[in-house]
Design a protein around this ligand. Structure first.
Ligand SMILES: C[S@@+](CC[C@H](N)C(=O)[O-])C[C@H]1O[C@@H](n2cnc3c(N)ncnc32)[C@H](O)[C@@H]1O
Length: 162
């Protein structure tokens, strides 16, 4: 259901073939699959706390996992299992609204993004996330140049790690 929003958000991130990407709250793994096509020579990681979602996403991305291009972990945005400054770009689609603490989660995303790297938070109309306050939330988490774009009834907050 969120494929169109995920494709738009990935487009906004201007993914380069060799980018290292991470998706938080990947759900059934559709975004991971789209990212693998965009970062065709790069690597894609993902973190989601749900055993069912990890199982579905693993099935959907079986070949890319087997070839070592995709690394899916069960975990939470509150403590990402990656070193500082690892990723060129990070995203979450319809996920931030269910995190226990959005600013703390975004700070953790900032930690694993390289300086100059981008974050994108996409939301569909039925996400439950209000389209207000997102730039303040990103700024509170230490991101710069936060702004929100809208398309149809979806919206995406983008920012950069200074
Ligand atoms: C509404 S689903 C969206 C799934 C997928 N991104 C999509 O667009 O289809 C929200 C996802 O966020 C995940 N999630 C919930 N709490 C989380 C947390 N603390 N850290 C990371 N992901 C979380 C859920 O397990 C779920 O897969």
């Amino acid at each position: 259901m969120n494929r169109t929003c995920a494709a738009w958000v990935i487009d906004l991130l201007d993914v380069q073939p060799s980018d290292k990407m991470v998706e938080i709250g990947f759900g059934p793994g559709v975004g991971i699959q789209l990212l693998t096509s965009s970062a065709s020579a790069g690597n894609v990681a993902g973190v989601d706390p749900s055993k069912e979602m990890v199982a579905q996403a693993t099935t959907r991305n079986k070949q890319a996992i087997a070839s070592g291009r995709v690394d899916l972990r069960r975990g939470s945005v509150t403590s990402l299992p990656f070193a500082d400054n690892t990723f060129d770009k990070a995203l979450a689609i319809n996920s931030m609204q269910v995190w226990p603490d959005a600013v703390a989660g975004l700070r953790e995303m900032r930690r694993v993004i390289k300086p100059g790297g981008k974050v994108a938070l996409g939301f569909t109309a039925y996400s439950g996330q209000p389209n207000t306050g997102l730039t303040d939330t990103l700024t509170a988490a230490g991101f710069a140049k936060a702004h929100v774009l809208e398309r149809d009834k979806s919206f995406c907050a983008l920012a950069i790690k200074p």
